[in-house]
Design a protein around this ligand. Structure first.
Ligand SMILES: Nc1ncnc2c1ncn2[C@@H]1O[C@H](COP(=O)(O)OP(=O)(O)O)[C@@H](O)[C@H]1O
Ligand SMILES: [Mg+2]
Length: 483
């Protein structure tokens, strides 16, 4: 494994490896206190990987241990520098710990430290009357953006926690791969045009904003060989446009000036997140107020976006909860538009299993092996009394609860385990002497939590129907009810 500077090699699935080879990404978190140069650490870890590849019969679980400097035959000192390691296949799945590492596999090692400072907000002074100098009006600035240095501790694990039925995650990574391929080859954008804009749309609570943030974090890891660090800038479009329109134009300009300063650093890979872009359309349609100012603001933003696309190290991620209401100029600019819908039973089951495993790992829930979706279905097909093991019973109940989640958003489904625990703590005898909840009680309360969500949803949509009916008669746009 030589030292590769090509961005593609970091992200790519198709570049530089043969058809028979399968690609894996080994992501290694360096300890915060380790001052060992990350490039040298990467090379040391690559040696461990090369040995495992040469030596037939090393399972993935064992390789991850070795990378963390644990277990027999581990390299001395590695433990001092490595905090954690995980591996992902090209399709973003994690190989089974017991599966063997094989010679025809190609493993790309990414070593990175997590930024632990968290999000920083950027206040822009309002440029109101008498404040041309840029001094804040009434001492209050506009909270224009939130910044993260990436990879960030805040966002670590988010990508893995998001469950989708379709290939949205792999498509997003391939999209970035394609943009890097074109930029890297200096393809003339007048002949092959791409905008570096992604639009995720769909009902609220389906993980769009989280996915954008998680993608930015993931890219900063996968591109760590080409860029020293990443930055995520989340533009607060609501506060940017809630101000007087005449001032918003200047705020947009300032906002993008400061983004340009970051982008000008060729060592940084920058993701700009424009959440809920439907607010822009609302600005354009706000004809009651000064319409020409409103249109000027949106145009200023579109011009800035067009200017950004010339920079090789920037990506614009946008989301919308209401597809029909997005500004058409925006929809047109997006290279990749992806509908993110409500989770299927399969996705709901994966979320339920993930939450239960987390509670088990923290010794809050009785430990029972839960079956994967595929294993559960093949065991169910086999049928028979002998198969009615506890794990099958528990997994089947969890599947029934997941089936009842159809129509609920990912946000609601992720909340259910908490609601079940909240119910359980009220019950005496819900926990054993060690304070662990019994699985049976947990599942019962999980089911009850689902039912209560439906009741809430029904009463919410009933009251919305009443008020929406009123507004529709007055000619306003439809709203999507968040669960
Ligand atoms: N598909 C999903 N998989 C896992 N968690 C999800 C999913 N969709 C939503 N969530 C949960 O809901 C929370 C809110 O999601 P968010 O990204 O704000 O949704 P949106 O932007 O679509 O409204 C997330 O933090 C996550 O915990
Ligand atoms: Mg959102």
């Amino acid at each position: 494994m030589d030292d590769l500077k090509d961005p593609l090699d970091a992200v790519a699935s198709c570049n530089g490896h043969s058809e028979n080879e399968s690609l894996f990404h080994l992501e290694v978190v360096q300890r915060p206190q380790s001052s060992f140069p990350s490039e040298r650490l990467r090379k040391r870890i690559e040696k461990v990987v090369v040995l495992a590849l040469a030596e037939a019969g090393t399972p993935w679980g064992k390789l991850l241990q070795l990378v963390c400097g644990q277990g027999e035959k581990s390299v001395a000192d590695l433990e001092k520098h490595v905090e954690a390691a995980s591996v992902f296949a090209e399709n973003d799945e994690r190989p089974d710990e017991d599966d063997f590492v094989a010679a025809e596999q190609r493993i790309v090692v990414h070593v990175f430290k997590l930024d632990r400072d968290g999000a920083q907000t950027e206040d822009m002074p309002e440029v109101g009357e008498g404040s041309e100098s840029g001094v804040a009006c009434n001492g209050i600035g506009v909270q224009a953006a939130t910044h993260w240095i990436l990879p960030s501790q805040d966002l670590h694990g988010l990508w893995e926690s998001l469950v989708f039925d379709n290939d949205v995650k792999v498509s997003l990574l391939s999209y970035v791969e394609a943009t890097l391929l074109l930029s890297g080859a200096s393809v003339d954008p007048n002949l092959v045009s791409w905008n570096k804009v992604v639009l995720l749309h769909g009902p609220p609570g389906t993980g769009k904003t989280s996915l954008c943030k998680a993608l930015a974090h993931k890219l900063s890891i996968r591109l760590s060989k080409c860029y020293d660090y990443g930055q995520l800038v989340e533009v607060n479009s609501h506060s940017l446009f809630s101000k007087w329109f005449s001032e918003s134009g200047k705020l947009v300009q300032r906002m993008f000036d400061s983004i340009r300063e970051i982008v000008d650093d060729p060592k940084a890979f920058v993701c700009v997140l424009l959440d809920e872009v439907e607010s822009l359309a609302a600005v354009r349609n706000a004809s009651g107020n000064e319409p020409s100012d409103a249109i000027r603001v949106v145009n200023a933003l579109l011009t800035q976006i067009d200017a950004l696309k010339r920079c090789p190290n920037v990506l614009l991620l946008t989301t919308s909860n209401v597809t029909g209401a997005i500004d058409l100029a925006f929809v047109d600019r997006a290279d990749l538009k992806y509908f993110v819908g409500l989770p299927s039973v399969h996705a709901a089951y994966a979320m339920m299993v993930g939450s239960a495993l987390e509670l088990m790992s923290k010794n809050l829930l009785e430990r029972i092996y839960l079956l994967s979706w595929d294993n559960l279905h093949s065991l169910e097909k086999q049928g028979g009394e002998r198969q009615r093991s506890k794990r099958l019973q528990v997994s089947t109940t969890l599947l029934e609860v997941s089936r009842r989640c159809e129509g609920l958003s990912g946000r609601t489904i992720r909340k259910l385990p908490f609601l079940a625990v909240a119910r359980l703590v009220q019950v005496t005898g819900g926990r054993n002497k060690k304070g662990v909840f019994s699985m049976q009680e947990y599942l019962k309360n999980l089911g009850a939590a689902v039912e209560s969500q439906y009741k809430e949803k029904e009463s919410l949509s009933h009251s919305r129907r009443c008020s929406c009916g009123q507004r529709r008669r007055e000619g306003t746009v439809d709203e999507v009810v968040d669960q």
